[in-house]
Design a protein around this ligand. Sequence first.
Ligand SMILES: [Zn+2]
Length: 125
Amino acid sequence: MSTTAIADNSVIASKEETRDTSNDIIINAENIKFCPGPCNDYSEECPPETRGNEKRYFFKPYSGGRYNQLSYPMQNGGEIFLKNVRMCSYCCKRLIEFDEEGCIEYLQNDSKNIIKKLQKMKVLA
Ligand SMILES: [Zn+2]
């Protein structure tokens, strides 16, 4: 079992800085049932598995909760903020690794895929 730890309610990559926020995209992912990350999976999250008295959810956080906010830099200097989000473990892992390693270009590329996905799913116009 992969246990890459992102504490519930953690805030990833929300660095306070004086930058132009006019290109930012803020998505409230509260009602989004699919993973809004850069993966190719457009399907709804599977129902949780029950193990003993515990439910294990498919997306992260595995507790079934939501991250307050995850963000991706875009090439235009803006950022995509995914608020109240659940995301698949693959996308979470990518985000953490790229963020830790400072792979901005990869994150910018992921942000393009996120926008494409959200447009296709009619979350974004
Ligand atoms: Zn994903």
